[in-house]
Ligand binder design. Structure first.
Ligand code: GTP
Ligand code: MG
Length: 198
């Protein structure tokens, strides 16, 4: 799929104030610093559409970006960010969970995990929350430029083993991406296009 236009629409912390358009929506979630905002920029060919930072905790609100005038990409704050206070963390988690539970337009969620790290409890718990609530999701292994192919494959295999040894019968659809090399771009956009065309 070609991205012909991508523009920022609105930021807020209140799901009831998100855009009312009845168009498909895809959300990016994961731990702080995993590369959610960078991936949105990579997919849309715009390096400043979503704000990124080397310091975790950059994205703090629900951000809607309209793509090709017909669907939304949504950038969300990271979960499991250690440096914010407990009160802020709770508020974050409150509105993030509400977004997932209430947003009817949400078609698919992309759960981003750093391909260098072994499966983290917070990610597995978040996927469990999605599963329990019947919210479809894919996994995205980010920062693939940081590993050799052999290491990458080994880590994905370990991730798959962990998931299928615990709660899941099989791995969800997954993608391997790099905001630096644009690895995974075509595959991810094709996946979205196929859902949009259904
Ligand atoms: P929060 O908004 O804080 O939750 O973080 P985020 O998940 O949106 O991460 P962000 O996109 O801001 O990226 C965090 C850091 O990782 C930045 O320094 C990015 O340049 C870097 N980064 C993101 N994606 C990649 C990637 O694919 N490869 C490499 N090498 N660095 C990346
Ligand atoms: Mg961000």
């Amino acid at each position: 799929m070609k991205i012909k236009s991508a523009s920022f629409v609105i930021s807020n912390s209140d799901v009831s104030k998100c855009p009312k358009d009845r168009i498909p929506e895809y959300a990016f979630i994961g731990r702080s610093n995993v590369g959610k905002s960078s991936l949105i920029n990579m997919l849309t060919n715009q390096n400043k559409l979503a704000k990124t930072s080397g310091r975790p905790g950059k994205t703090q609100l629900i951000n809607h970006f309209k793509i090709n005038d017909s669907w939304f990409l949504v950038d969300l704050p990271g979960y499991g960010y250690a440096r914010v206070s407990k009160t802020i963390k709770k508020t974050f988690q409150g509105f993030i969970k509400k977004y997932f539970l209430q947003r009817e337009q949400l078609i698919c969620t992309f759960v981003l995990v750093d391909c260098r790290h072994e499966p983290q409890k917070v990610d597995l718990e978040f996927m469990e929350f999605l599963g329990e609530n019947g919210i479809p999701f894919c996994l995205v292994f980010t920062k693939s430029d940081k590993l050799k192919l052999s290491e990458l494959n080994r880590n994905i295999q370990q991730y798959s083993k962990k998931m299928t040894n615990t709660l899941w019968e099989e791995m969800p659809p997954y993608f391997v991406t790099s905001a630096t090399s644009s690895d995974g771009k075509e595959e991810l956009l094709k996946y979205i296009e196929e859902i949009n065309n259904r």
